[in-house]
Ligand binder design. Structure first.
Ligand code: SF4
Ligand code: SF4
Length: 412
């Protein structure tokens, strides 16, 4: 009996008691809780606690404690765990490396398995779409309308259209993620402009499917596993050496999946690809004759899934690229690395909490005096943009992939 079979057997014997044993993959996170010294650092840094107060969200330290509860007490944790945005700040500041975001996923998975009635209704909508379409967003019904919307966006942004590439084999798989595939199409198109400009041997998937992060956040590990396996098969068939994404969540989730399912293929964000594979020197040369754009004063938002789940180095790359772009002035926001509230699927059932979390960000963005905020994640872009718009702010928001593509000269 291998590890997975042993786990499934133990699970089936405990089903009636509504207990799910820990999978060997979960041991590290579970054991990390034991080392908590109750210092409270996580609590004082948690953006949800800061935004809505401890009465509404009891915070990361209490989540660690919840793990020691037993059913039926355990189910009361549902009121807390679905309000965590999964930003990873608590894990980053914890002196004992307690992995609260992973503990949250683990608790959500048990609630989903045994007490689905406690899963917030908004998350069922996401699951329904995921299981029906293998995407986190309902796809456009009318493909002609989708193309029309894409073309309008490209025209507004001054970006050329590059044909999709669907090759049988390619060095690089460009994986846009569900948001850029079905909603923020300009991000997907901008990445193609960049990859095409630098003659990268890349392909798209002939049929996009979700990386499974939303399923994991709902607690539906079975759907997450099935999506990961589908994706692995597609990636292996293409013989790609690297997966390149434009989404912070996809980058961190695909890196985890690649590790857990032995893909042996790294997933990197396009910013890493630009700096580490294309090189800043080549980029600088390309920018020698940029299109005519007026000077712009920007500030940057660092997505949690990049800096707290993957590597802070990626945003160093972002700053180096911005410094290489002509006519761009960068000012640092005091809350540059603070959660935008868009993670953990919180906005799907408690938008008041998600929108309260982004407020600190918004104040800091306004304070910089920048005309524009740039961030390398379509989900952060949507969350910050809609909140700035509602607040009547004049600050525009751009996905960083789009911002870079706009500054490349036309390819001859
Ligand atoms: S992951 Fe973020 S939101 Fe969740 S408990 Fe930790 S600091 Fe708070
Ligand atoms: S920061 Fe870490 S050690 Fe301190 S209370 Fe939070 S989980 Fe425990």
């Amino acid at each position: 009996m291998n590890e997975d079979e042993a786990f499934e057997y133990a699970k089936s014997t405990l089903k009636e008691e509504r207990i799910t044993p820990y999978h060997p993959h979960e041991f590290e996170a579970v054991n990390s809780v034991e080392s908590c010294i109750n210092c409270g650092l996580c609590l004082s840094h948690c953006p949800v606690v800061a935004a809505v107060g401890i009465d509404r969200f009891s915070g990361p330290r209490s989540i660690a404690v919840e793990l020691s509860r037993s059913p039926p007490e355990f189910w009361s944790t549902a009121e807390i765990v679905y309000l965590c945005t999964g930003c990873g700040t608590c894990r980053e500041v914890c002196p004992k490396n307690v992995d609260i975001p992973e503990v949250v996923n683990l608790i959500r998975a048990r609630i989903f398995e045994h007490r689905r009635d406690l899963v917030p209704k908004g998350l069922y909508m996401v699951r329904e779409i995921l299981t029906k379409y293998n995407l986190a967003f309902e796809p456009w019904e009318d493909k002609a309308e989708k193309a029309e919307s894409r073309d309008m966006r490209l025209e507004r942004l001054g970006l050329p259209f590059v044909q999709d590439k669907n090759l049988d084999k390619a060095e690089v798989l460009f994986y846009p993620g569900c948001q850029a595939e079905e909603r923020a199409q300009e991000v997907r198109e901008a990445a193609k402009v960049i990859l095409d400009y630098f003659d990268v041997d890349y392909t798209l998937l002939d049929e996009m499917s979700c990386c499974g992060l939303p399923a994991r956040l709902i607690g539906d590990n079975e759907t997450a596993r099935s999506l990961a396996e589908q994706l692995k098969e597609k990636v292996m068939r293409l013989g790609t050496k690297t997966v390149v994404t434009t989404c912070a969540g996809c980058t961190s989730n695909l890196s985890d999946i690649s590790h857990n399912y032995d893909w042996g293929i790294p997933t990197i964000h396009i910013l890493e690809f630009l700096v580490e594979e294309i090189g800043l020197e080549r980029m600088r040369k390309a920018m020698d004759k940029p299109p005519e754009l007026t000077e712009v004063h920007v500030t940057v938002h660092d997505p949690c899934h990049l800096i707290k789940h993957t590597s802070r180095q990626i945003m160093e790359h972002a700053l180096n690229i911005l410094r290489a772009l002509p006519s761009v002035r960068v000012s640092e926001s005091e809350a540059y690395d603070s959660c935008c509230g868009g993670g953990g699927l919180v906005a799907y059932h408690a938008s008041d909490v998600a929108n309260a979390v982004v407020k600190e960000n918004m104040k800091a963005i306004q304070k910089t005096g920048a005309d524009r905020l740039v961030t390398p994640c379509p989900l952060c872009t949507a969350q910050i943009e809609s909140n700035l718009f509602k607040a009547g702010s004049s600050v525009e928001v751009d996905d960083l992939t789009v911002f870079i593509a706009q500054r490349l000269p036309k390819k001859r």
